[in-house]
Ligand binder design. Structure first.
Ligand code: TXA
Ligand code: MG
Length: 344
């Protein structure tokens, strides 16, 4: 594979990406959530390359991305009524809906399931690229499997250089966390939130009424329980070198002080949390005051701090309202579902 080309989002870049996708190649591209690693969703051989480039387990299905509603008919067997309601409210945007799969979509996309996840992203560069390809684009996040998702083109370059021909640089992603995933495939069961995101649980309940939250969102799946989403079973968002420790409560400085003599430490926190008390020997990364700002920068911060400079990355816990649920879902997974209470 020749070196990976990085092109700023432009009509030329979209045209080049469209050609590559139609020719069965992979392209790294921006979305409003995280960067994706795309292939033509109708081309099973092209989609297989995604699993190889990422080192992704074969049993973890991909999301299919569309740039207009007409594409949906070739991807799903039928559009559930609730999906039509959510599409009207939240598409284009950071919402993936699991629906019954159309036989036209190769089984490698859905990892053998009879359902398929579909998303209509709102990022203009992403839309232009899919339009140029003129086919639906199957894409997971563009990280090597297990690492934090990429929210900048440089992250994709770090993980995919030499493995794919082209990355489109659309700047930093607006939301910074992957899309909300909701399962609507069974009309006889309540809709089920599989992965929280920027389309929040309250927004979904506001549109649909009852929405269940899948096990695995804020606690590990119980032994022997069949995951409704294979992604719930896999290790995720883990830096390569450092260990992530999730801290609740307000005595962060005292707690971390117990580790600074023997470990190289960093703390990722919300502004206002700790800056009054600098923690000697601990690098402090403040991501803003709101959960939206925390979400937008958390993966970038984890990647930046994981260049070998620290052994322990402490992350401040946040509330589970709004997008906080998505932030906590990602942080709990990167910390192996452990949260240390510092107020006791
Ligand atoms: O924001 C996003 O969703 C990004 C951008 C690129 O669109 N994509 C993304 O894809 O995060 P990925 O593959 O990293 O995560 C997709 C999640 C996985 O947890 C997968 O198991 C789940 O969605 N999923 C996909 N298809 C499914 C299906 N048919 N049934 C249940 N879960 C599914
Ligand atoms: Mg992913």
């Amino acid at each position: 594979m020749p070196d990976t080309l990085l092109l700023p989002a432009s009509p030329e870049a979209f045209a080049r990406a469209g050609e590559l996708l139609r020719a069965g190649e992979l392209v790294g591209f921006p979305t409003e959530t995280v960067y994706g690693l795309g292939a033509n969703a109708y081309d099973g051989a092209a989609v297989e390359k995604i699993f190889i480039a990422k080192g992704r387990p074969q049993n973890n299905p991909l999301i299919v991305h569309i740039s207009d509603m007409d594409m949906l008919g070739g991807i799903v067997a039928r559009v559930p009524e609730r999906a039509a309601v959510l599409a009207e409210r939240f598409w284009p945007g950071p919402l993936t809906m699991i629906m019954p799969k159309n036989a036209r979509i190769p089984s490698v996309v859905s990892a053998g399931l009879d359902t398929v996840g579909v998303r209509f992203p709102s990022d203009p560069a992403c839309m232009e690229m899919i339009r140029a390809a003129a086919v639906p684009v199957a894409a997971p996040s563009a990280n090597r499997s297990g690492l934090p998702s990429p929210t900048r083109a440089a992250h994709v370059m770090a993980d995919m250089r030499g493995r794919i021909p082209l990355i489109i640089d659309g700047g930093p992603c607006r939301f910074g966390l992957e899309s909300t995933v909701i399962d609507l495939s069974d009309p006889d069961r309540p809709p089920c939130l599989l992965r929280p995101g920027a389309v929040t649980l309250d927004m979904l309940r506001g549109a649909l009424g009852e929405v269940e939250v899948s096990g695995g969102v804020l606690s590990p799946l119980a032994q022997g329980v069949q995951a409704r989403s294979p992604g719930l079973m896999h290790k995720h968002y883990s830096p390569e070198h450092a260990r992530v420790v999730l801290l609740g409560g307000s005595h962060l400085a005292e707690y971390i002080g117990g580790y600074t003599p023997s470990h190289r430490c960093a703390l990722i926190a919300k502004r206002g949390a700790v800056e009054q008390t600098a923690i000697p020997g601990c690098e402090l990364v403040l991501l803003g005051e709101s959960d939206e700002e925390y979400a937008a920068s958390i993966f970038d911060a984890l990647r930046t701090l994981d260049d070998g400079r620290c052994d322990l990355i402490f992350c401040q816990a946040t509330g589970t309202g709004g997008i906080g649920l998505a932030v906590m879902n990602r942080l709990l997974r990167s910390a192996g579902f452990n949260i240390v209470e510092t107020d006791v």
